[in-house]
Design a protein around this ligand. Structure first.
Ligand code: ZN
Ligand code: ZN
Ligand code: FE
Length: 754
């Protein structure tokens, strides 16, 4: 039997052995490069029961995608054995994602009579590190960074005992044989073992910043109630506003900070342990600097046994934020951490189990009643997405910001963990390294490269150097395709891509698009009225320039922006008047920026989409009247938002609270989405809508648009597996390239090497 799916590192082989023993069957099971290979012999009715029972008896973390079987001559086996892994085959094995400690391990961690009482590296076949420590497949201890630790006799016995929870748990460890903690402070001798944990806890309680080695990299920890220390962490990290995540001791402590609904609770306790963005409880006792200006907080529960101990012994709420300097990837080895993070952290809690693959924390939020990824990383990547179009092995390189890559082969698409913005050298190296590592792990030798149309993206330049056939995919087509592909749809659909910025086919700037699209192509039916970026990219970081641009566009008085220094304002007015370095963009994100600045919510930003996020945070709840706008009939149609700008100003003049104006503007954009879709439906008859692009990271915009569209009879697809942002682009590029590839092959199933 050939079993494919998530069947390695989830306790599948022991489950197979127990089932065989129960039915009195003989044979063997082993992992190989394609999944799990089973040979089984015995009475025919027992064999039939075995096949029927296999999926039912599979362990909870296993996901069987297919089982094929064939008859071979009986070998005369008398018992059932787990064999060592076969050699790496044609590819198909899984590098499973890292999993937080399971309940059984947590109970042992807390039990003074257990030999793993307070062992920071406790794990079993249901939990523990995976993707971050796997060097190669098939998944065996010898191919992980645990290979340097020799299991003690007690661990060895559990590893070999089919009735143990740790039967073939590859990273098995205990205090006698496992990795050891170390607490490091520059210029002082290292502290080891329990004392290391105690020293780190002490430092956090004293108000220090400690860098903790987590599953996929270092995180900075400080007491989340200590305003002075949170502010100090922000200053040292040079991150003035972007919200920080908080780790809570357990669900009960999380509930004290935030208003949780059922999907949020499920996400918080999921073995992936993502950061879940949830509404703050009014009056929650958090330092104000954790999420300034926002009514939400990113919460998570302990993601490793080490964090569990840290949260038990130290403050019950700790800020946990990526251990990196601005623009750099998260540090994952001691040497880098000590040299790059020494000015930020007061101490380092580390250990001697190496991280092979760097993985940030994942971030999700509840949108329209279900989870939507914001950042897909630890615990979620690189779980594959079914992709029947993935026949020719191909590599898609994503965009420039929130970068990910995607490798597709054999009916599956593997989207990498979040790789960050490709600005600096270190980020670029992480990107290149991930292309190599992921290709090796999924056994894909790409024959085709997909990339964005933008010639200056570093990912595009990387594609040009591959020496492979290339396909350039338009940015917003890729966004819409990513949404279709994750739902296993081909289209056609009405694709609404509301985004920051992306390159159009003729080099123009797009980002508020209504497309007729399927996985092989698209036609642009409409877009938002373009806004001019006064001063180019500076308009993106200084939304007041967009407010000025919107005022000029609507023939309104620029003196509305009296708070901006007159000389600066006039300089930008001159740029607009002379049409100098003021490129046009149809970006929806820029309209949100313009309105946020018109309402004096934010003139300059320090992180992406900050103005829109803060505008949304102010927006009152409940139903609100949209501002007017015009749908101009042309081909492609344009949606003119100038009436809405006038509406915003009138409301401001009447003294309407900004919270109400914000709510009305979000309602306006939802109405814009619905009326654009109605127009495309009139022209095409399509009823299916896919919402994608960075703007749909906003729960409010997504939920309001979705409600409006459903009321109009549309069928709406929202992102559930990859983010709507550029983090999902690589999947969309892969899907489009697979359909545009000149040498499309029909699907074929690789055979077992035997
Ligand atoms: Zn466990
Ligand atoms: Zn041991
Ligand atoms: Fe985008």
């Amino acid at each position: 039997m050939r079993v494919r799916g998530t069947v390695q590192a989830v306790g599948f082989r022991p489950a197979v052995q127990l089932l065989a023993a129960r039915l009195g069957l003989a044979g063997s099971v082993r992992n190989d490069g394609a999944g799990v290979w089973i040979e089984i012999e015995g009475a025919p009715e027992a064999l039939t029961s075995f096949c029927a029972q296999l999926k039912i008896d599979a362990p909870p973390r296993a996901r069987i995608e297919s089982v094929e079987h064939a008859s071979i001559a009986a070998r005369g086996e008398t018992r059932f054995r787990i064999l060592p892994s076969g050699e790496l085959g044609a590819g198909g094995a899984r590098a499973p994602a890292d999993l937080a400690p399971c309940d059984a391990c947590l109970a042992e961690l807390d039990d003074p009579n257990d030999r793993r009482f307070r062992h920071p590296f406790i794990n079993c076949t249901d939990c523990g590190p995976r993707y971050s420590i796997i060097r190669d497949l098939p998944y065996d201890r010898s191919r992980t960074t645990m290979d340097v630790f020799l299991p003690c006799p007690a661990c060895r016995r559990e590893y070999e005992d089919p009735h143990s929870r740790r039967f073939h748990a590859e990273p098995i460890a205990c205090p006698a044989c496992g990795p050891q903690l170390r607490y490091l402070v520059q210029g002082q001798p290292p502290i080891g073992g329990e004392a290391a944990l105690a020293a780190a806890v002490q430092k956090i309680l004293e108000g220090g910043i400690v860098a903790i080695k987590g599953a996929g990299g270092f995180l900075f920890a400080v007491d989340a109630q200590n305003e002075l220390q949170v502010a100090r962490l922000r200053a040292r990290k040079r991150r003035p506003h972007k919200p920080l995540a908080v780790m809570a001791r357990d669900l009960a402590w999380a509930e004290r900070l935030a208003l949780l609904d059922e999907p949020a609770r499920r996400a918080l306790t999921d073995p992936a342990r993502p950061i879940v963005i949830v509404p703050l409880r009014p009056g929650a006792p958090l330092a104000p600097s954790v999420a300034p200006g926002l009514r939400e907080v990113g919460l998570m529960l302990p993601s490793t046994p080490l964090h569990q101990l840290l949260l038990q012994d130290g403050p019950a709420w700790q800020v946990m934020t990526s251990g990196n300097r601005r623009e750099e990837p998260i540090a994952c080895d001691d040497a880098t951490a000590l040299s790059r993070l020494g000015e930020i952290a007061d101490g380092f809690l580390t250990h001697d189990r190496a991280i092979h693959t760097r993985v940030d924390d994942s971030v999700v939020r509840v949108v329209a009643g279900a989870i939507q990824p914001v950042r897909r990383a630890r615990g979620l990547a690189p779980d594959p997405i079914p992709a029947e179009w993935a026949t020719t092995p191909l590599l898609a390189l994503g965009g420039e910001l929130k970068s990910t890559i995607c490798l597709a082969r054999g009916g599956e698409a593997f989207v990498s963990q979040h790789l960050g913005d490709l600005g600096g050298q270190a980020a670029l190296e992480f990107f290149e390294e991930t292309v190599e590592k992921l290709a090796r792990l999924v056994g894909a030798r790409p024959e085709l490269v997909a990339h964005d149309l933008h010639p200056d993206y570093r990912s595009t330049r990387f594609a040009l150097d591959r020496g492979l056939p290339r396909i350039a995919v338009q940015h917003h087509h890729a966004h819409v395709a990513s949404c279709l592909a994750e739902h296993g749809r081909f289209g056609p659909a009405i694709g609404v891509a509301f985004d920051g910025n992306g390159c159009g086919p003729a080099g123009e700037q797009w980002g508020g698009e209504f497309l007729f699209a399927d996985l092989s192509g698209f036609r642009r039916h409409g877009h938002l009225r373009p806004l001019r970026l006064a001063g180019g990219d500076r308009a993106v970081t200084e939304p007041w320039r967009l407010a000025l641009s919107a005022l000029k566009d609507a023939h309104l008085d620029a003196r509305r922006l009296a708070r901006i220094e007159p000389a600066r304002r006039r300089a930008v007015e001159r740029l607009l008047a002379a049409d100098l370095s003021s490129p046009k963009t149809t970006s929806a994100g820029r309209w949100f920026d313009a309105v946020a600045a018109l309402c004096a919510v934010r003139d300059e930003i320090s992180y992406e989409a900050q103005a829109a996020i803060e505008l949304e945070a102010l927006a009152q709840s409940g139903a609100h009247e949209p501002f007017p706008f015009l749908l101009q009939s042309a081909e492609p149609f344009a949606i003119d938002l100038r009436p809405a700008v006038r509406g915003v100003l009138e409301a401001l003049d009447r003294g309407v609270p900004v919270g109400e104006i914000a709510a009305r503007f979000y309602e306006t954009m939802a109405e814009v989405v619905a009326s654009g879709c109605r127009r495309v439906r009139d022209a095409t008859g399509l009823e299916l809508v896919a919402l994608s692009g960075g703007c749909f990271q906003s729960a409010r915009l997504t939920e309001r648009s979705c409600a409006r569209l459903r009321r109009d009879g549309f069928d709406v697809l929202l992102h559930r597996r990859v983010p709507p942002t550029d983090g999902g682009l690589s999947l969309g590029q892969a899907a489009v390239a697979a359909h545009q590839s000149p040498n499309r092959r029909s699907a074929h199933v690789p055979r077992h090497p035997r």
